[in-house]
Design a protein around this ligand. Structure first.
Ligand SMILES: *Cc1c(COP(=O)(O)O)cnc(C)c1O
Length: 425
């Protein structure tokens, strides 16, 4: 079948030799998935999920049992007091905006002790001038960069925390940066430190791409709020839209009043028949995340063995599903993305090209053939066309699709003469 799908024998064989060495890694990934599968199951059983919860509401959405129970399930899974899980949370950025703007007031200060946040948050915060930013509402922002080795700069974090500091935002995943992604353990250390300096500060974790990668989540190590997107890990590929915020009851209430209106809070917001896909997606999420992780580990080992820089490297432990590969040339980045696109179940026949996207200072190429637009839990890749010419890729609803996508990318690089495979006897 691989040959029928355009993978030559040499590429397939090379892939198999890499895979042979990954048995133990994959077993470890499966063990985490097994634990998380049971965690999700227990939350569903404890909250007595039933088919009545799959019915949708319309209009105001009063007494939406499916929505309220789903939020109870999310709270159980992530060990939080309360949750907001809504199709009305348009994206991860929107969920983060609601969590931040709901919990900050004029005169408060927001602190990022882990350096620059995700690109789209720059305008939310007002790091880049933008209409409606937190800055426009009188919320100031402070940032402490990581030390050169990627660790926390405790000394300057302590200095940055002052009487105005209300909320500390910690981004787990590296996003489009080359810093390491933080483990849940190290996020816990940071939260303990922040709370030792100022106990009543709200610690919020941007958990995008991190859900179900480890057995523990940031809520287990002291976070007050955790935020993510349903078209990434916890939607399991089935959620067609949505975001979540879980955390302390008072934090969730303030976020809910921001999402709907003061006085309305969590009581309104129709689920429009989407609840079933949210439940089922959450149920599948642990195994879907495991597939994406196996794909990331496979790719790291393939491209590392061919001499390319990869982050994380082939052997280190993983705390999100993102894999970066530095090709060093635009041609390498483009060929990789063409391979990922050609492997997709949807739009496999189109060729991705770099283009000028709003908000970016260089052309960007994106490869995705997804069932849900922009869903990055599905196999996808993107890269800014600028040095160091690195591609970021993630996702894979099934391990076999992720594997095929990576082989297809390698096939494209080989065909274009950008990579030479080592010879095996
Ligand atoms: C994806 C992502 C976001 C933003 O989510 P969108 O759904 O793209 O708006 C924020 N933070 C991190 C770390 C992300 O990976």
């Amino acid at each position: 079948m691989y040959q029928e799908l355009g993978i030559c024998e040499e590429v397939q064989r090379f892939g198999e030799t890499i895979l042979e060495k990954l048995k133990e890694r994959f077993e470890a990934v499966d063990a985490v998935a097994e634990y998380n599968q049971l965690k999700v199951l227990k939350a569903m059983q404890d909250n007595r999920v039933s088919d009545i919860h799959f019915a949708g509401t319309s209009g105001y959405g009063y007494n939406d049992l499916g929505r309220d129970t789903l939020e109870a399930v999310y709270a159980s899974v992530f060990h939080a007091e309360d949750a907001l899980v809504r199709p009305q949370l348009i994206s991860g950025t929107h969920a983060l905006h609601v969590a931040l703007s709901g919990n900050l007031r004029p005169g408060d200060e927001l602190l990022s002790p882990v350096g620059k946040p995700y690109d789209t948050l720059e305008e939310v915060i007002g790091i880049r001038e933008s209409v409606g930013s937190l800055k426009e509402y009188g919320v100031s922002y402070r940032q402490v960069d990581l030390l050169k080795d990627g660790s926390f700069d405790y000394e300057n974090i302590k200095k940055a925390i002052n009487e105005k500091t209300k909320l500390v935002t910690i981004q787990r995943s590296k996003g489009y940066q080359t810093r390491p992604t933080f483990s849940v353990e190290s996020i816990g250390e940071l939260i303990r430190f922040v709370k030792s300096v100022k106990p009543d500060v709200i610690c919020m974790v941007d958990n995008c791409y991190g859900e179900f990668v480890e057995e523990r989540e940031p809520m287990d190590v002291g976070a007050d709020m955790m935020v993510g997107s349903l078209i990434k890990n916890p939607g399991g590929g089935l959620a067609p839209i949505g975001g979540y915020i879980v955390g302390r009851r008072d934090c969730i209430e303030r976020a809910a009043c921001r999402l709907s209106a003061p006085g309305l809070g969590k009581e309104v917001g129709a689920s429009l028949g989407l609840s079933q896909s949210f439940y089922q997606g959450l149920f599948l999420a642990p195994t879907v995340v495991a597939s994406a992780l196996k794909g990331a580990i496979f790719a790291a080992n393939i491209y590392e063995s061919l001499g390319f820089a990869v982050v994380p490297n082939g052997s280190e432990s993983r705390h999100d599903i993102i894999q970066a590969v530095t090709f060093g040339t635009p041609e390498g980045v483009i060929a990789f993305c063409e391979g990922i696109q050609a492997a997709a179940p949807v739009d496999s026949f189109v060729t991705p090209e770099p283009w000028d996207m709003p908000g970016y200072d260089a052309q960007v190429i994106m490869a995705a053939g997804a069932f849900v637009q922009g869903a990055s839990i599905e196999l996808s890749a993107d890269a800014p066309i600028k040095p160091p010419y690195a591609v970021y890729f993630q996702g894979g609803l099934t391990w076999y699709h992720a594997k095929f996508g990576i082989l297809k990318s390698l096939q494209r690089l080989v065909e274009k003469g950008l990579v030479t495979l080592p010879q095996f006897s």
